[in-house]
Design a protein around this ligand. Structure first.
Ligand SMILES: NC(=O)c1ccc[n+]([C@@H]2O[C@H](COP(=O)([O-])OP(=O)(O)OC[C@H]3O[C@@H](n4cnc5c(N)ncnc54)[C@H](OP(=O)(O)O)[C@@H]3O)[C@@H](O)[C@H]2O)c1
Length: 309
């Protein structure tokens, strides 16, 4: 098959060799050298530019190198009949689990408060509740949220999760749908957002949402920046209702230098690095999906275009 590799956000050199190694019988074409769009069977891409899809009349699959495809789906040139597969890379799942566990332990153990105290040379001891008394909520129980929930239950936390459809996960109190969001938020002392960005989840973390969280709660966003109404989050932090926010993703990235999040004493910023694509294991995923495509087996990670994830 003819595979076109389009890398706009990541260096091409990260992907070319691992993909070529795993797909010795296919032709991996890079953007600079491709001249016959009609011959392309599969496009493999990180962040494809808008409007490109009409030039590929014979596409059989669009394979994302990233787990979230929210930026792709509003392109009117996307052919309705070509499946889009997102990445589900076990190493990315592990990296996200580690990030979530690190952030949850950080605030569970009051390291954020200790940092603030240090800046004031203030000595006040903390008596931490045991994990079994600490409620952690996970928004989104998909490949990332379910793995994070498992790791946190293993550490003894009281874990709840919220998804679109009802779910059952060992030792996790599961809530589903808009009607159960309030009950879920009310028990989430530490809340982790691992939702995909869709029309239903854009701006979900707004003033009403933060108001339903317990006083002194912590908000961790490792989903997408546009889940959050940033002014409402700042208000919830400034008013003291929320104790802290740990943010990896933002409405505008890179986060503008003048943004208040950079210097806010109750905000921790990281540069969209909670879980980065791993070219080795992600290339294994791509190779497996192309094998399935060749033999007509069900593809992995197929995006539901109507639900936008
Ligand atoms: N910061 C980073 O470095 C980074 C890295 C990778 C991914 N991400 C983000 O993480 C997101 C989640 O990834 P994933 O692989 O876990 O996605 P996934 O497997 O598709 O899971 C999505 C979860 O969200 C739930 N959900 C979707 N729409 C909902 C709604 N309207 N109401 C309630 N729940 C809803 C789904 O419910 P159902 O189970 O009922 O379908 C599912 O549990 C990605 O889309 C991406 O934006 C961030």
């Amino acid at each position: 098959m003819n595979l076109l590799l389009l890398c706009r956000a990541e260096p091409l050199s990260r992907w070319q060799q691992p993909l070529t190694q795993r797909l010795p019988h296919d032709r991996l074409i890079v953007e600079a050298t491709h001249s016959a769009p009609g011959s392309i069977d599969v496009v493999i891409a990180d962040s494809p530019p808008q409007g490109i899809w009409k030039q590929f009349p014979n596409l059989k699959l669009i394979q994302s190198l990233w787990m979230g495809v929210d930026r792709w789906l509003h392109d009117p040139s996307l052919p309705a009949h070509v499946p889009i597969a997102r990445m589900i890379d076990p190493n990315m799942v592990t990296a996200m689990t580690e990030t979530v566990v690190a952030h949850v332990l950080h605030v569970h153990l009051h390291h954020d408060d200790m940092r603030r105290q240090q800046s004031e040379r203030r000595w006040e001891e903390f008596y931490n509740p045991v994990a079994a008394k600490r409620s952690v909520g996970i928004l989104g129980l998909g490949s990332l949220g379910a793995a994070a929930a498992r790791a946190l239950t293993d550490l003894g936390f009281r874990v709840s999760g919220w998804s679109r459809r009802p779910k059952s996960l060992d030792a996790v109190r599961c809530y589903a749908g808009a009607e159960q969001l309030g009950d879920f938020l009310a028990v989430s002392e530490i809340l982790v957002c691992l939702l995909p960005l869709t029309r239903a989840t854009r701006g979900i973390a707004n003033a009403g949402f933060f108001r339903q969280m317990p006083s002194g709660a912590v908000f961790i966003n490792v989903g997408r920046g546009a889940h959050v109404v940033e002014a409402d989050l700042l208000h919830a932090l400034d008013s003291g209702h929320l104790r802290h926010a740990i943010l990896d993703v933002f409405e505008q990235e890179p986060l503008p230098r003048e943004h208040r999040f950079w210097t806010h004493s109750r905000v921790t910023v990281s540069p969209h690095s909670a879980s980065m694509a791993n070219p080795e294991s992600a290339s294994d995923f791509v190779a497996e999906n192309l094998r399935r495509l060749r033999v007509g087996e069900p593809l992995l990670g197929i995006v539901d275009r109507a639900e936008e994830y």
